[in-house]
Design a protein around this ligand. Sequence first.
Ligand SMILES: N[C@@H](CCC(=O)N[C@@H](CS)C(=O)NCC(=O)O)C(=O)O
Length: 173
Amino acid sequence: MKLYYSKTSPYSRKVLIVIYELEIVDKIEIMPVNPLEDPPDLNENNPLGKIPTLVLSNGDSIFDSPVIAEYLQRHFVNKAPLSLESYVSQQRLQALADGMMDATFSLVMELRRPEEQRSPFWQRRWEGAILRSIAEFERKYIDDARQWHLGSIAMACGLDYLAFRIPENDWKQ
Ligand SMILES: N[C@@H](CCC(=O)N[C@@H](CS)C(=O)NCC(=O)O)C(=O)O
C-alpha cells in the first residue's frame, strides 16, 4: 500500500498516527507530496488532488482521511464492533476536529492571499468555527483526550495544526 502524505497536513498526520498505532508502518510506503504542485500520480489516484490518499496493492485508491482510517482499522484489526453510541460519538468528534482543520486550512490559505483580496466575512466565519470547536472539545470531549481512538487522534491533530499555523490563537489558554 502507498500513502500520499505531507508532514504539514493534519489529515495525513491523523492517518499516520493510526498507522503507527496499528503497528503496520512496514506495510505502507509513505510518499511525501505537495498537493498544491498538482503531482500527476496523486491526481490520477484522487480526482480531488488532496492528501491523504491511500493506494492499495490492487491499484484501488481510498480517500478521504476518515475513510482511510476506517479501512485500515477494519482491514488490519479484527476487533469487536463498537456500540452504535460509541461509534457515533467517536465519528462525531472526528467530524468536528476535521471541520476545525478545514476552517484552519482555509484561514491559513486566505491569509496567504494579498490583503486586498481577502474576505473579512469568510475570515470571521472560519475563526468562529475554530473557536466554537475548541469550546466544544473542552465542554464535551475532555475525557476522550485521555484515550486513543479516531476521534481523539483527530482532535489532537486539529489542535496541534492550529498551534503550528496560527500560534496567536493560543488555544491552551
Ligand atoms: N476531507 C479531507 C481533507 C484533505 C485536505 O484538504 N488535504 C489538504 C492538505 S492539508 C489538501 O490536500 N489540499 C489540497 C487542495 O485543497 O487542493 C480529508 O479528511 O482527507
